[in-house]
Each structure stands twice: as structure tokens, then as C-alpha cells.
Design a binder for this molecule. Structure first.
Ligand code: ACO
Length: 306
């Protein structure tokens, strides 16, 4: 019966309709989704750390309340995404083990430190901006539970981006020291933000098949270009310089030309030797171990009431 099932699956993809958890799907489709959704969920959870660093030191009650809410949203995104992954037959416990044993990846971007408060604004503007650019098309992903999770996540991410931009607007209209803090932070985050979109198309082993399955809707390079074009006028409005001497408008392409990210840095960061990889994973592992008593208590409670 397998060929029939495969034909139904292919017809659903060809008609640009959704695959749901109860539907038959090829093993590789399932594997690809588990890989991408798990990596995405881990990124949201690890992504709480760089900004969480500033919660106790945010400069006002208002800024602290905003940051707390944002970091909580990221935990929520991680939870929706783990739930979406669970519909594919894996469990959250197993995925958490893979994260803390470094056998599953999370986004390279969260392995960079946040030494300056301006980083909170720049992460909102550039990192969340890049995330939106990459994730809006995922709302049309062929796998129903992932696509639906992305709708809400994208709405919240847009809000995060605006809070970052608003924070930066306040700083660039502040003292020369504050303006310099923003520029210094942009200089550190620009290239890592471009790397969030993944390797260049020629070096991306998964893109072609993921596009054929309507999981990805655009290639890594297409989205990177879109992000650059979107960011340039925003940088101008802020009065900051993007640290790329090759960045310029190309009237023929009706798009910006820009330099090549340092792919050796990207490879090193995803292989575990970025500036904060060890710290990020150690922190996550510690939090998991410290939460053991909660899991045990919940289990005991569930057994008592079953
Ligand atoms: N950081 C870490 N790993 C990456 C990154 C990155 N920025 N970009 C690509 N990779 C990994 C891929 O996971 C893949 O590894 P694997 O085959 O061992 O699993 C490898 O590099 C090759 O890349 P691609 O073939 O291009 O992989 P893929 O088709 O999965 O595309 C992408 C990568 C664009 C990140 C895709 O997985 C995606 O859109 N994911 C959902 C979005 C997401 O995870 N965002 C997380 C950061 S945003 C946030 O959380 C706020």
C-alpha cells in the first residue's frame, strides 16, 4: 500500500496543502522536520540567555518589564515548537537530552556574548529582524503544526523587533556615549546576523529537498538578501553604519550588493567553538539538572491521581 500513500503525500504537496500528524509521510520528510523544528525550539530556549543577562541590570523599571516579557515569550516559543516536534513522534525529554549533550544544533547567533546594554536593542532589531525574515515564510510550511505555531511566533517576534528598534531610537537620540554604544554593538552583531540564514546556497545540503517539500519557501541566500535590503534604510534612520565596505545599492539588480560573511567563523561556531557555546550549554544543563525535582514531583503527582 506504500506507493498509494506516497502518491497521496505527493499530491498533497503538489496541491500546496498541509500534511497533518495523522497523515502518512516519507521517513526523510519526518526526519527533516524533526531536525529543523528541534533546532528551532532549542534556539528559542538558548536564546533566552543572551538577553536574560540584562534583566537584573536594565536601566529602568519599564525596560526591565519589557525585557522580562520578551524573554518569557521566547520560552513560550520553545514550548510551542517542542509541542510541534512531538506530533512527529519524538518526545521533549529526548530532544532536551540531545540539546544538552550537543548532539542537536541551535542557532549560531546565540553563541555570541552580550557585554553591552545596547545589545538588547540590537538583538531586537537585527537578530529578531532576521528571525522574522526567515520565519514568516515558514507560516506557509507544508507541515500543519509547524506552520500554525509559526503564525503566533511571528506576531510576537515582530513585536520584539519593534521594542529593539524603539530602544535603539532612544539611545541614538541620547548622549554621544549612548550613540557610540549602539554603533559598537551593531559592529559586533551585523555579520553574525547574516550568518543566521545558514550557509550560502551552494553549500546548503538541505535546501533543495526542503524546498521541494514546501518546508522552506526560499533559499538561504534569497532570505539573506531580503534582510540586507530591509536593514539598510533602517540603519540610515538610526544613523548607524553597517560594517561592510562592500555594501552598496545595485540599480541593475534593484538590490544591495554586500560582502561575504566569514564562513570559517560560522563553521567554528556551529561546531561548538564560538565565544559562548560552552557557557550556553553549561547553563542549560545546570537549569535542567536543577529542575529534576520538579519533574519528579509532577510524575509522582500524576501517578497518585491516575
Ligand atoms: N546556526 C546553526 N546551524 C545552522 C545555521 C545557523 N545559523 N544555519 C544552518 N545551520 C545548520 C543546519 O541546521 C544544517 O545542519 P544539519 O544538516 O547538521 O542539521 C547545516 O547547517 C546546513 O544548513 P542548511 O542545509 O542550509 O540547513 P537548513 O535547510 O535546515 O537551513 C535554516 C537552515 C535556514 C536555519 C533552517 O533550518 C530554518 O529556517 N530553521 C528555522 C528557523 C530557526 O531555527 N531559527 C532559529 C534562530 S531564530 C530565533 O530563534 C529567534
Amino acid at each position: 500500500r506504500e506507493p498509494d500513500l506516497e502518491a497521496v503525500f505527493q499530491a498533497t504537496i503538489d496541491a500546496d496543502q498541509r500534511i497533518e500528524p495523522r497523515d502518512w509521510m516519507p521517513d526523510d520528510y519526518r526526519r527533516t522536520l524533526i531536525r529543523q523544528i528541534a533546532q528551532h525550539a532549542h534556539s528559542e530556549i538558548i536564546g533566552m540567555q543572551p538577553e536574560g543577562n540584562w534583566i537584573t541590570r536594565a536601566p529602568s523599571l519599564r525596560r526591565k518589564a519589557i525585557l522580562l516579557a520578551k524573554v518569557q515569550d521566547e520560552a513560550g516559543h520553545g514550548m510551542y515548537l517542542y509541542a510541534a516536534a512531538e506530533t512527529l513522534g519524538v518526545d521533549r525529554e529526548e530532544l532536551t537530552e540531545k540539546l544538552i549533550s550537543a548532539t542537536q544544533k541551535y542557532s549560531s547567533i546565540f553563541n555570541y556574548p552580550t557585554p553591552s546594554y545596547a545589545d538588547v536593542g540590537v538583538i531586537g532589531w537585527l537578530v529578531d529582524g532576521a528571525a522574522i525574515c526567515n520565519q514568516v515564510p515558514l507560516c506557509r510550511c507544508s507541515y500543519g503544526p509547524y506552520a500554525r505555531a509559526m503564525v503566533r511566533i511571528c506576531k510576537e517576534e515582530s513585536f520584539h523587533q519593534r521594542q529593539g528598534y524603539e530602544l535603539l531610537l532612544a539611545m541614538v537620540n541620547g548622549t554621544p556615549e549612548q550613540q557610540a554604544m549602539v554603533q559598537e554593538s551593531v559592529d559586533r552583531w551585523w555579520w553574525p546576523s547574516l550568518m543566521m540564514f545558514g550557509p550560502a546556497d551552494g553549500d546548503s545540503p538541505n535546501t533543495q529537498q526542503s524546498m521541494a517539500w514546501n518546508i522552506k519557501r526560499h533559499t538561504n541566500d534569497e532570505l539573506r538578501q531580503r534582510f540586507v535590503d530591509m536593514s539598510v534604510p533602517q540603519a540610515e534612520a538610526l544613523g548607524v553604519t553597517l560594517p561592510d565596505p562592500d555594501l552598496r545599492w545595485n540599480p541593475e539588480r534593484q538590490a544591495h550588493d554586500f560582502g561575504e560573511p566569514d564562513w570559517s567563523e560560522f563553521t567554528a561556531v556551529i561546531a561548538g567553538s564560538g565565544p559562548a557555546n560552552t557557557q550556553r550549554l553549561a547553563h542549560r544543563r545546570r537549569a535542567h539538572e536543577n529542575g529534576a525535582w520538579v519533574r519528579e514531583a509532577a510524575q509522582a503527582y500524576a501517578e497518585k491521581h491516575s
